[in-house]
Design a protein around this ligand. Structure first.
Ligand code: GRG
Length: 297
């Protein structure tokens, strides 16, 4: 196992534990919503965003243990986005993380509520002392995540994506890059930035980590588009080939798979360059950028 794989596994274990502690239980809230929230958030996923929070904090000398609650909060927002994205009104998917989507395992209304509950609990976590003892750091974390998740970030990107589906021919390269930066990149960039925020890092480091996140976010989405073309459904854990089936414009459909593979490598190199000033310590995050480009799931 490479040190990157070991750290990803470590982050996944820590996130699973933090989520289990932080998410409401059947005893605390109506049992069906507790179960659906836990079904959506526990026991699956790469936990890549939590890994980024933890490793960005480690790079900048922050308290890695304290990063776990922040990592869990960001994962809650990610899980909410997946639950809502899978709904019939959006991507209409039956499988996610290799098992039935929340609206299939429960029902649509429960899936909507589970997504709402996950989004809300994320901010409850960030506002609590579990996230950070310093209230001004907590406020910065809340604003950072809200901007990334809201209409100027993930929600806005999803809106553009839905609009693009009804007019696929009208998408330019710049339009797709913007859409993807908002839909996928913003939360990945916020994960890196959050690690810097909770480490009390100076603005320059915060901006640098955010930029690194934007670049690997772009790589992440490009790899996802390539997986939709090349990937096996068993590896990916969800339906593949759906972009083409829907005539959805992606950088792969617009510029071709070879162009996309080349661009992916460029993005990884640019991301690595962004962290040059940290010397050897940047290694795990650079490996993460390579993992994003090479991923099969
Ligand atoms: C519904 C507001 C709202 C937003 C949805 C992120 C998103 C926006 C939709 C997900 C659609 C999608 C498959 C995008 C491609 C990139 C992506 C986010 C893949 C899933 O993330 P992974 O691979 O998933 O990190 P795991 O399961 O490993 O956590």
């Amino acid at each position: 196992m490479t040190s990157f794989e070991a750290r990803l596994k470590e982050a996944a274990t820590a996130t699973e534990r933090a989520l289990d502690q932080l998410l409401p239980t059947r005893e605390q809230v109506p049992p069906r919503i507790a179960e659906a929230v836990r079904y959506a958030a526990l026991g699956g996923g790469k936990r890549f965003r939590p890994f980024l929070v933890i490793e960005a904090a480690r790079l900048l000398g922050g308290d890695v243990h304290a990063a776990h609650a922040v990592a869990a909060a960001i994962e809650c927002v990610h899980c909410y986005s997946l639950v809502h994205d899978d709904l019939p009104a959006m991507d209409d998917d039956d499988m996610r993380r290799g098992r039935p989507t929340v609206h299939k395992a429960y029902d649509e209304a429960t899936a909507i509520l589970a997504g709402d509950a996950l989004l809300t609990v994320a901010f409850e976590i960030l506002g609590s002392e579990r996230a950070h003892p310093d209230p001004s750091v907590r406020a910065d974390l809340v604003v950072c995540l809200a901007r990334a998740a809201g209409s100027g970030g993930m929600v806005g990107g999803q809106m553009l994506d839905l609009e693009a589906e009804s007019a696929p021919g009208e998408r330019s390269e710049a339009g797709i890059v913007r859409l993807q930066a908002m839909k996928t990149g913003a939360l990945i960039a916020a994960s890196c930035e959050a690690g810097a925020i909770l480490s009390h890092a100076e603005e320059m480091h915060r901006a640098r980590l955010k930029r690194f996140g934007e670049l690997i976010g772009a790589a992440f989405q490009l790899a996802d588009d390539l997986l939709d073309v090349d990937g096996s459904e068993t590896d990916v854990g969800k339906r593949t080939g759906k972009d083409a089936a829907r005539g959805k414009a992606t950088l792969v459909s617009l510029k071709g798979a070879d162009w996309a593979r080349h661009r992916l490598q460029q993005l990884v190199e640019e991301a690595a360059d962004t962290l040059d000033m940290y010397g050897e310590a940047k290694g795990v995050l650079v490996d993460a950028a390579r993992f994003v480009a090479a991923r099969k799931a």
